[in-house]
Design a protein. Sequence first.
Length: 356
Amino acid sequence: MNTLLITQEDIDRIIDRVGRDALMGRVIDRLAEGLAAVHRGARELSPLRGGFARSQPVPGIIEWMPHREGGDSTTIKTVAYSPGNPGHFGLPTIIGTVARYDDITGRLTAMCDGIVLTAIRTGAASALASRALAHPESRTVGLIGTGAQSVTQLHALSLCFPLETVLAWDINAKHLDTFAERVSFLGLDVRVAPPEEIVRQADIITTATSVEAGQGPVLPDAGAREHLHINAVGADLIGKTELPKSLLDRALVCPDHPQQALREGESQQLKADRLGPSLAQLVTEPASVADARGRLTVFDSTGIALEDHLALDVFIQSANDLGLGTRVDLEFRPSDAIDPYSPHIGSARLVEQHAS
């Protein structure tokens, strides 16, 4: 009854041997396939996530995000959002692990780091929304917030658009100072620019900040290009928003998960009947929003467990293909299934029993 553990060393090796572009491309493709299945009714959208709020010394939340494929597997991500982590502990703002369970027996089949996986799948989701909503010749990207998420947001967009220039802003000077180096592998012209300039010059903007609930917006509503597309990634708490309502009122707003976006995304500022097509529809029927590429659009990204489930598929497949990961007997299997004190059965003996 062994479990595949994909550790930080395995993640390093997967990134190195698969390659950043190929790995991101695989996740983008996997998300597209999975979301299309949701729109066709062949797959269910994940339920709303739950969580606990935490206070001092580092305020934040701990959430659980489940997704079930009936008769096959269930994936649950446990993720902590702690904006004070980088300054207090030198740790990422978002830390998590993703677990995969056999849906029939309930046994734990795999466990993987959730830090890199979350960053990549969030960038991949924005790329899919942008492919449907942004101008196809977009060359200038604006980034409000230059933390960890900004790297994979920009990376994913660079695989879908002929990008040339990046305009970046962050109130955290340390994040802003190191941003150009962190994205140097993309070979783009990176410049520092205030939000007022970014909103005037960018074709695509991503907002990914740690602004506190009630303290937004982080982007002004003045002078935006007619075809501007915005990926609003940071809103993930009740009361936390990044965009001005006046901008949302003029835009076509497309959520990843309509119910969740109304509860804790930018869509908190809107009524349900104001929401446009979901991400699943954008992926499946891009022609239905083709005319939106010439107007103001917003992707309201709150993050859904289906994305984690699909990204984990990619990481498990990559680990298996490359012979990476460690298989451990984590769960106890007693020799007598109804006596928890009986001696355990090793994996080898279990395999023999199945073979017989």
